[in-house]
Write a protein of this length. Structure first.
Lengths: 344, 344
């Protein structure tokens, strides 16, 4: 079987036969790469995203330098909330000037018009696709899931306990429901526009849904994920869902309608493959910290992951979390090399 | 059945019949209480711990003010590492002047002599026991589990990803093994001394073990927990084990030998009760953020928790995590009131 990188990824996402799992890494374009730090030098995060040429360059770096087999848009899950008229900064995590904590705050949000608010995102995707198409390298888009966006919008910043968000959830559920409805609409439009601009696969990051128990996850995170999956079903790009720290939610994520579930290292991949059956492909799930280990150890782990996931309908090799600033470049190369050396 | 508070807690821990679950709250003596803030005013955290009179006063505040049914020593899981000669400060999280990252660093640690290093801990416990004995209120001691202490000692501070710790785990496992052996010895001696000083139940906090997948948990956290449980088995105080964010590790924690497993809100209490059988009692597991809800909601949740845990051999009502600085005092009172209104 001779597959292009695009065919391999799309087939793995859809659960069609492949020669071996494709490989890419969450946050593969990041601070661990010297060329990334050079390209970013002096520029704020948002200004880097707005500079289409630079965003294209950064997105392509891991393809050229560490051998990943897919390119993902350089951006942040928080960028599209600019389409709601929210004042946003990165220091370096997202910082919201005026947190949204009441129904009235929600009502004041603008009607989402992403094409107008963040045109550079789509221009970056269009240019990337033009570069990648001749090489048959797949292009991924992504968005933050509504629950995670809401968590930040309510808190104003990342926190450990998300007490303000949960206060809303327990005390003023209608306000949170209204906020999630707005964010779901935003996310659908944003991902649709990304697909129109050339994204062939899209990943939904529910970074904070893991703070919820299963009943709350089913009430507050899953419905938005499902609506997004349903509304994107006809758009032609497989949907990957990543719930960080979501080992306890795996059964529920199977009901999301996502084509692929991206798992962190806390999930037993063999058991997940058994439980997923034909419902979803799996992505993951090496601990990014494990990339500090010697090359041979990394290769052995890649082999173990591929074997564990083999019963799944499809498997995309990836980490269980994004690359960290101190992830060794050599470790990333060892990871992608090991993937290429696999044969099923 | 007419039980004292001490009898109720001890029986629930051991899986003997009780009239209703006893109730206390993790971090019940904390910043959410105005009297705590007043007692702390101007004093550093460590100086407060060292001031026995003040530590006794703070430990007793929740008993008098919010109706909890057990008193836990006011201290921090990090205090006993002073017994290893480690330079420690709180700002407000623990901060280690010289992180421990090599085998040589481990060798330099002092032989643990807790009675000499932190005598105020045991004096506080002795005084508390004298006050509580006539009221038949139980006294809890506690310690950090070796993995969690190691995580801080290696990083030097709390972090999100614990990349240095994991580097050691993946790259220099012998150094980490040596560190864990030292910390296990420290923890056993520390808890034994607490029990001698009057603690009737002790809780082991493995705050960071939830960052591990199950194979790594079994390799790096569980063995120390088991050794502690085995060596304390004859000491006469039930052992509670709390693994924060450990829903994916529940099956493995059942092998720890702890009398009680303290669970966070991500764990389905009914399913945990079924899986635990006669092996362990359960503690928990309301989300502390839920204490912001109206009184009636809190009472309803307490009823649901008690019903869900009813098939367990024993149940101690508690939160799934410590009280937060913004936890409403009224919510804590509603929680303990609801517990007292339960009848099984």
């Amino acid at each position: 079987m001779s597959l292009t990188r695009t065919e391999r990824l799309l087939r793995a996402c859809r659960g069609e036969p492949v020669d071996r799992p494709p490989v890419w890494l969450m946050r593969q374009a990041g601070r661990y790469l010297p060329s990334y730090r050079a390209a970013r030098a002096g520029l704020s995060f948002l200004d880097t995203c707005r500079d289409v040429e630079r965003a294209v360059e950064i997105s392509l770096q891991p393809l050229r330098e560490v051998g990943t087999e897919a390119v993902i848009l350089f951006s942040d899950i928080f960028v599209p909330v600019l389409g709601l008229g929210v004042e946003l900064d990165f220091q370096p995590g997202p910082l919201i000037a005026r947190p949204i904590r009441t129904r009235a705050d929600v009502e004041k949000l603008a009607e989402p018009d992403v094409e107008r608010a963040v045109p550079y995102v789509f221009e970056t995707l269009r240019r990337l696709r033009r570069v990648l198409e001749p090489e048959a390298v797949p292009l991924l888009g992504f968005a933050g899931a509504p629950f995670t966006l809401a968590a930040y919008l309510v808190e104003g910043r990342g926190t450990r306990h998300f007490a303000e968000l949960k206060r809303l959830l327990y005390v003023d559920p209608d306000a949170l429901r209204a906020l999630l409805a707005r964010l779901t609409e935003l996310t659908v439009r944003y991902l649709e526009a990304q697909i129109r601009a050339g994204a062939q696969v899209v990943q939904l990051f529910d970074t904070w849904a893991g703070i919820l128990g299963e009943p709350e996850y089913r009430a507050w995170a899953l419905p938005a994920q499902r609506e997004i999956a349903e509304r994107l079903a006809g758009a032609g790009a497989p949907l990957i869902l990543y719930v960080n720290d979501g080992a306890h939610l795996f059964g529920a994520t199977l009901e999301s309608g996502a084509d692929v579930l991206s798992l962190d290292w806390r999930v037993d991949l063999a058991e997940a493959a058994r439980r997923a059956g034909r419902r979803a492909s799996l992505q993951g799930n090496l601990d990014p910290c494990a990339l500090a280990a010697p090359r041979e150890r990394i290769a052995a782990w890649v082999g173990e992951l591929a074997r564990a996931a083999a019963p799944a309908r499809g498997h995309v090799l990836n980490l269980g979390h994004g690359c960290l600033p101190d992830t060794p470049v050599e470790g990333v190369r060892a990871f992608t090399d090991a993937a290429r050396n696999l044969s099923r």
